[in-house]
Ligand binder design. Sequence first.
Ligand code: AMP
Ligand code: ZN
Length: 426
Amino acid sequence: MYSCGPTVYDYQHIGHMRRYVGDDILVRVLKANKYNVHHVLNITDVGHLVSDSDTGEDKMEKGAKKFGLSVWDIAKKFEAQFKDSCKLLNITLPQDLMHATDYIPEQIELIKKLEEKGFTYTTKDGIYYDTSKFPDYFKLSRQNPEDLRAGMRVEMGEKKNVSDFALWKFSPSGEKRQMEWESPWGIGFPGWHIECSAMSMKALGPHFDIHTGGIDHISIHHTNEIAQSEAATGETFANYWIHHAFLTVEGQKMSKSLGNFYTVEDVKAKGFDPMALRYLYLQTHYRQEMNFTWESLEAAQTALGKLRRYYLESREGEAMLPVEFEDAINDDLNIAKALATVWEHIGNLTKSDFTKIDEVLGLKLATYHEVEIEIPAAVRELVEQREEARKNRDFARSDELRDQIASHGFDVMDTPSGQQLRPASK
Ligand code: AMP
Ligand code: ZN
């Protein structure tokens, strides 16, 4: 199984992370069905241009400028942030994590093969793939080439067909890029799509089972991966394609300018358990757009808390979980339905059921231990006083009391269901 991974030029937000939780669920479901899974995830650290029509800046170089770091440091910084988010969400990272910059020779070899077979041509800015030479170019996206032509009259440059794409881009003359390599065609860098063909072939061979990505990858990135790989090897590339739908926040696209851009770390800083976010993701089918709201996260946190309590109070004993659970997870990953089955039978479930459920859902139920924290009387007193101040809308006093509570080592959060205490994070 090959998954297109993050382009490490900026923060991975909760939209990106929905995808990786989706892939993690798929792997877990396959394993629950006793499949041996070889999962590969790539890290795009070069070559992904801002525009899908092979123009504009390299995302990495753009990110480097934005954060005032070198491209290599940007890649390191955001790969670490991605891995931290995965850890918080209990996503098992694949054994093979492949960086595009580690496989430049393989990408060059693949382009050479395509050149030998007559699929390429040269323009002043790079080596391009001639999509008219590949029959069935639109088989994945089922796009009508005429529509594509009508929609894209610009940015053709010297391209022969609208759908043609760059395999290798030349470094602009007189400009030193931070990331560039020698090649038979001149100094430059690979196009974005070629890395996934080269690395999946390297790790899994020319023909493998499952390829995953975001829904936006269908029409260009994955279509191009198929064209490159199948033209080079003559074999079917991947048997199955899984495409995850997007996440919106309060009905809007997430963006920094709208102030609705959140990372998993942000969610945690607002006092939520990242596992509640994972629980929330599981409620929407992977092919359906999901709308994130703070209220829905709150509800997910409450549900997760209940689930944990049921787990803690469950007895040992033989499995009681009905087969509907398995049927649901195997029905195109209908996790929401599987969860509904769990709730329907919750009072009967045993420890071994929870272990099984958790293998698939990854909510860390089976390892959950409630930590009873002793709240000192002095703190309880302050919380009560603050409750009074809040009732009287005396916010200055309420803030003062918050500081006093903090000096005792507790953070207080105001939630719709009242004040909540937790030990201060440091
Ligand atoms: P970006 O880092 O913004 O270029 O996004 C990289 C990939 O992450 C995209 O190609 C999508 O597949 C996925 N992605 C970006 N934004 C979202 C979102 N809001 N919800 C789900 N997936 C997303
Ligand atoms: Zn890819």
